[in-house]
Ligand binder design. Structure first.
Ligand SMILES: [Zn+2]
Length: 431
């Protein structure tokens, strides 16, 4: 028994050492079932990877397809992956399936409540439908919110990936914070008066619902790929350098980074594409978790963009602001260099198409031993709190950038301009 457990721990340690969104980790789960001869026989016939027996339960490593088969067979199982990580005991979801985290309908309700409570500052737009016909909502925050004013525009997106629940909460809470503090905080009033802030907290509602009710580790949308597999990775489906290689995205439908049949094949990415073509954003952040990292284009290549000095400076500023709140350090750098190659992701497309500063912020925790895709309910507010100053920074940067561009003669308008461009010039890539 002890021997077997040692083997299990060795396997677990090898999972833990794998980077945040590695494929090996995604495709593998540990489940346990009650020790029962008949069920075990059935599972043995499926050629599953048996890990150990412990306290009258059988522990098995399964990939996603195998898990679906087990679900179809109506075999009762417990998902053990997170339970087996040594530091995961503090992870709690106290109330209900998704606890304090928003489901699709809970978010919908809260967005509409914000609009009702602050009709001059908050407006909810249904900007399109998901594959399963759920509404994708954008929350616009501005003074005179019902008018389209000539102001700086900035976008915050959340939850391209279903299991990254905290990525819904952070952008949503920004909207809530701005309207609730508008009257009491002159700085917030100034920002809201001078900009139009567009928040899409839930880009992948179908995936989130699936993650809440069926399979916590679900990542993609719910596209039926027609070969028995489901889901397109929405953060590989955007139309800039889509499908550039098979490292940064996968051509195989059953893979977790499947990029879809074509660029923008998915209604969810089409909705974001259309929002960006209708608006004129100065800058954007899209939230994911986990890793505690701020990354920016390019993702498809290790080459740097021509705006690397500016992006480096902005992400350094944001990292410092985040760290000043709870002391948590978020590393930063170009995505392809700092994390791993991705193609067809959101920020390559927004920068490649519109030339705007575009950031992916991978929220806490920092790694799998600290919870991986799971955060406690109690973490929601502290994670929002530490990210708030960076969000306000991006809004302020957008306002400054908008005003700087408006003051330039038409012909000389650059695509965008650093608030303090001279500081970035002449400096090498010092990292
Ligand atoms: Zn993600």
């Amino acid at each position: 028994m002890i021997m077997k457990k040692t083997v299990a721990l060795m396997i677990l340690v090898s999972f833990i050492s794998i980077a945040g969104e590695s494929q090996d980790y995604w495709t593998t789960e540990i489940i346990s079932i009650e020790k029962d001869y008949k069920i075990e026989k059935k599972l043995r016939e499926m050629n599953l990877d048996f890990l150990m027996e412990w306290n009258d339960r059988v522990y098995i490593i399964v990939n996603h397809d195998e898990l679906q088969t087990i679900e179809k067979e109506n075999i009762l199982f417990t998902l053990e992956t997170q339970n087996l990580y040594p530091q995961s005991q503090k992870i709690t979801i106290q109330s209900g399936v998704n606890g304090e985290y928003h489901s699709y309908s809970e978010l919908e309700q809260e967005l509409l409540t914000l609009q009702d409570s602050y009709p001059n500052l908050a407006r909810v737009f249904d900007i399109g439908d998901s594959l399963e016909q759920r509404n994708i909502y954008a929350l616009k925050i501005s003074d005179n919110v019902n008018q389209d004013e000539n102001e700086a525009e900035v976008a915050f997106l959340g939850c391209h990936h279903a299991r990254e629940w905290i990525s819904v909460e952070v952008p949503f809470l920004l909207g809530k914070y701005l309207v609730e503090n508008y009257n009491s905080n002159s700085k917030i009033k100034e920002l809201v008066d001078s900009s139009e802030i567009w928040i899409v907290p839930l880009v992948n509602p179908d995936g989130l619902e699936y993650s809440i009710h069926f399979y916590r580790y679900w990542r993609k949308n719910r596209r039926d790929n027609g070969d028995g597999s489901y889901g397109v990775d929405l953060n590989r489906n955007y139309g800039y350098m889509w499908g550039y290689d098979n490292k940064g995205s996968s051509p195989n439908p059953s893979d977790v980074t499947y990029r879809g049949k074509s660029a923008f094949s998915e209604p969810e990415t089409q909705v974001i594409r259309d929002l960006f073509s209708l608006r004129s954003f100065q800058a954007m952040i899209t939230y994911h978790n986990y890793s505690q990292i701020i990354i920016y284009p390019w993702g498809y290549t290790r080459l740097l963009t021509e705006k690397d000095d500016l992006f480096f400076e902005m992400s350094a500023d944001m990292s410092e602001l985040i760290q000043s709140v709870n002391g948590n350090f978020y590393d930063y750098g170009p995505a392809g260099v700092d994390l791993y190659l991705t193609n067809g992701d959101t920020t390559d497309w927004t920068f490649g198409t519109y030339g705007i500063p575009s950031f992916t912020i991978e929220l806490p925790p920092i790694d799998i031993p600290h919870g991986g895709f799971f955060n406690s309910e109690g973490d929601i507010q502290p994670i929002f709190n530490e990210n708030l100053p960076a969000m306000l920074y991006l809004i302020e940067w957008s306002i400054d950038d908008f005003e700087a561009q408006s003051n330039l003669p038409e012909k000389r308008k650059p695509k965008f301009k650093s608030k303090d461009q001279s500081a970035g010039e002449g400096r090498g890539n010092n990292r």
